[in-house]
Design a protein around this ligand. Structure first.
Ligand SMILES: [Zn+2]
Length: 318
């Protein structure tokens, strides 16, 4: 296995190729992944101006330029080895996998719940009480989600699936970005913004139509207010999806958690199921989780650069 030398500058989201010093800011997603792949020591590489230059053969100079940067490639190499050796691998993703696509998470100090009280905007009771207020909140979220693109983390997971190294992605996210990145086995345990449904007659509308119907989308058939097909607090999980997720996790040899602080049950119970079935646990997250002490590998680094490095380290296909 081979690892490219990139450094991440965590305070800025900048990613540098250590050999050539070319830098990009996550999320520059598809291009980032292509360029990270394109960087090879000793080879030529086009820079931003299209000027071609050779990589220096040593990594030392670039590292010395960024004395407080850390090298996530070592952790990525270990994760790549763990994934390769522990098949099947199932991935569990949370909001942290999408923050590099410009989608705010929920629980960090700058997250959605720092601005909005979930009891007022995210419970099924709040929706029944005042659907217009909840839709006002959702219309702002849809506005961000409609333009969001998959980042390097989504693309790397899709690539790992294509190579047979990821069996499925279980996601708490409702943003469709795994699907847009090309992942095929995606289990959306908290639903999706892909559709909204009428609670009165069951009529369902696609995302694009719902956006047209804002600010308060009404059912074309009966006039009742539509509800986004995401799981609100107080609603049951979609049973079939959760059973499938649970079965996948129990059958896995490795559960890779990416961008979830594992605080919301029942999803937060999936690592417990994996461990009880003898699987290994790896966690890539920017904040502590209750499972850190039981994980075989814990990486505190951005999901995009980490998973792009893992995809790189597992090349060529095994
Ligand atoms: Zn209806």
């Amino acid at each position: 296995m081979r690892v490219s030398g990139f450094v991440t500058l965590p305070w800025s989201g900048r990613v540098e190729c250590q050999p050539c010093g070319s830098a990009m800011v996550t999320p520059a997603a598809p291009r980032t992944l292509r360029r990270l792949r394109a960087c090879r020591p000793g080879e030529e590489q086009s820079d931003e101006d299209g000027e071609r230059k050779a990589h220096p053969r040593t990594y030392g100079q670039a590292a010395a330029r960024s004395p407080i940067a850390y090298n996530s490639a070592v952790s990525a190499q270990r994760l790549a080895e763990l994934i390769t050796a522990s098949q099947p691998c199932v991935v569990l993703t949370g909001a942290g996998v999408s923050t590099e696509s410009g989608i705010p998470d929920f629980r960090s100090p700058t997250g959605i719940w720092a601005q909005y009280d979930p009891m007022e905007y995210a419970t099924i009771d709040a929706f029944r009480r005042d659907p217009a207020k909840v839709w006002d909140f959702y219309s702002k979220r849809l506005d961000v989600l409609k333009d969001a693109e998959p980042n390097a983390a989504h693309l790397a997971l899709a690539e790992l699936e294509r190579r047979g190294l990821v069996e499925a992605v279980v996601t708490q996210n409702v943003d469709r970005l795994h699907e847009l990145a090309g992942s095929r086995a995606v289990i959306e345990v908290h639903g999706s913004i892909r559709t909204s449904s009428c609670l009165a007659c069951g009529h369902r509308e696609p995302f694009e139509r719902v956006v047209e119907l804002l600010p308060v989308p009404a059912c074309d058939r009966c006039g009742a207010v539509l509800k986004p097909d995401v799981v609100m607090f107080g609603e049951p999980m979609p049973e079939a999806e959760f059973e499938r997720a649970s079965a996948l996790v129990r059958g896995a040899r490795l559960l890779l958690v990416v961008g979830s602080s594992l605080e919301v049950y029942p999803v937060a119970g999936l690592p417990e199921e994996a461990l009880a079935s003898g699987a290994k646990l790896a966690i890539v997250n920017r904040s502590p989780t209750p499972y850190d002490g039981r994980a075989d590998l814990r990486i505190d680094a951005p999901a995009g650069v980490t998973l792009a490095a893992v995809a790189e380290a597992t090349w060529p296909p095994v």
